[in-house]
Design a protein around this ligand. Structure first.
Ligand SMILES: *Cc1c(COP(=O)(O)O)cnc(C)c1O
Length: 414
């Protein structure tokens, strides 16, 4: 077989990178040496400023100031202070976003918050294709409140499942397996016409596109900060609640951080009236400081530049794969407008191919049963990265390296 010629692709990438308005942003990250990291959809790269922030917090606020840091360094206010920094990235207003805990926990709180707004209804509608923890948390809600019912959309239209009994509709904005974008405007409007409350899970869209929660009149939302927001491993997640709902909402994890007067140490719980009512207990301050470094990077960037670059990167990847690796089937939408910042492919040897790519420094991931996922971060991935990744993929497929025994063994975290 003749060696495939990538020279045209390389020179096109050079021009695209030179004209990229975000070309200097990558310098704000520590990028793994000798790797093309296409897994920012699972864990974003580390902002250089995170190292300084954590160091300073450890050395000054923890080692020296200790307990006084709760006031002096405003530790107690970090969930809402940082929530206000995140708010413009998702089209929310000040006072509508709080950062704390994990996405899974926040989904639990959000579902109950939705149910508390519709006490006379008993159905929760969700998608079978959801990230599984979302559905597991619905199960947990059903187990703790008898009389509720979950309706799962399998292959049909989710709108058909929403009716007068529907209290809450839980949706993933971008599908974690396929990268398909779900129509926020259409579904929110339809569900609300039926009287239901909508919760959007923004894990795979926050940080890679503009999200207009308030323009779309969204009720509730959740998301994580360690994917496209580059907050670091285990960085805290967020809850959004529209201002109009704040007074009425109740959530069951009634810990002291959500109390209206936590330092009165009263015997009875009385919920805070603000977005703080989503808080439960003491938060991981070091993780908060690291995460802030990720959020700060966005302060000077335009989300439309970010989305434009994201679409250009994924489109380039899709086009080159069609030319050089025709044996891979595209699982993501072909139209970039319907696609998040990832490209998913199916192939019978998906698992070993991903292992062979990792060995060659191209980091993607595998999802059951036969899916390869590649996430593109507009903040630090380049068009040159895309060409190199496809070149290595082409080599692995053409030489059949992926069939070697060493790439077949499953590791615990894929
Ligand atoms: C990543 C992701 C989660 C993760 O939940 P954690 O509790 O943060 O581990 C939840 N939902 C979706 C849609 C995700 O993509």
């Amino acid at each position: 077989m003749q060696n495939p010629d990538f020279s045209a692709a390389h020179s096109a990438a050079k021009t695209l990178d030179a004209n990229d308005p975000l070309r200097d942003v990558a310098a704000q990250f520590i990028l793994p040496k000798g790797q093309i990291y296409l897994d920012g959809n699972s864990l974003g790269c580390m902002p250089k400023a995170a190292l300084t922030a954590v160091n300073e917090t450890v050395q000054n606020e923890w080692a020296q100031d200790l307990i006084t840091s709760w006031n002096k360094a405003k530790w107690f206010d970090l969930p809402t202070d940082y929530g206000d920094i995140l708010a413009p990235l998702i089209g929310a207003d000040m006072g509508e976003v709080v950062i704390s805990d994990t996405t899974s926990l926040n989904i639990y709180k959000a579902i109950f918050a939705g149910l508390s707004l519709r006490p006379d209804r008993h159905v929760i509608v969700a998608e079978a294709s959801s990230f599984p923890t979302d559905l597991y948390m619905v199960e947990g809600v059903l187990a703790s409140r008898p009389g509720l019912e979950m309706r799962l959309e399998q292959d049909g239209n989710i709108l058909d499942l929403i009716d007068k009994d529907t209290a809450v509709v839980l949706l993933n904005h971008v599908d974690y397996r396929t990268g398909k974008i779900c129509d926020m405007a259409e579904i929110t409007q339809y569900a609300q016409e039926k009287g239901a409350v909508v919760i959007w899970d923004l894990c795979h869209s926050a940080g890679n596109m503009s999200i207009d929660l308030n323009k779309n009149n969204v009720d509730l939302a959740v998301g994580c900060t360690y994917k496209y927001l580059n907050g670091g491993p285990g960085s805290p997640a967020f809850n959004f609640a529209a201002k109009r709902h704040l007074a009425a909402i109740k959530q069951p994890l009634s810990g002291w951080w959500g109390h209206a007067q936590p330092f009165e140490f009263n015997t009875e719980f009385q919920a805070d009236h603000s977005i703080r009512k989503f808080l439960c207990g003491t938060q991981p301050i070091l993780s908060f400081r690291a995460m802030k470094a990720g959020l700060d990077i966005f302060s000077t960037l335009s989300l439309s530049d970010i989305r434009a670059k994201s679409m250009a990167l994924t489109s380039q990847f899709v086009t080159l794969l069609a030319e050089f690796c025709p044996e891979l089937a595209l699982l993501s939408p072909r139209n970039a407008n319907q696609r998040g910042s990832q490209v998913s492919l199916t192939f019978h040897g998906a698992y070993p191919v991903v292992q062979a790519l990792i060995k060659r420094g191209v980091i993607g991931d595998f999802r059951m049963p036969n899916v390869m996922r590649f996430g593109f971060s507009p903040l630090y991935n380049s068009h040159a990265d895309v060409v190199k990744a496809v070149e290595i993929m082409t080599d692995i497929l053409n030489t059949k390296t992926w069939q070697e025994l060493r790439f077949q063994t499953r590791v615990a975290v894929t």
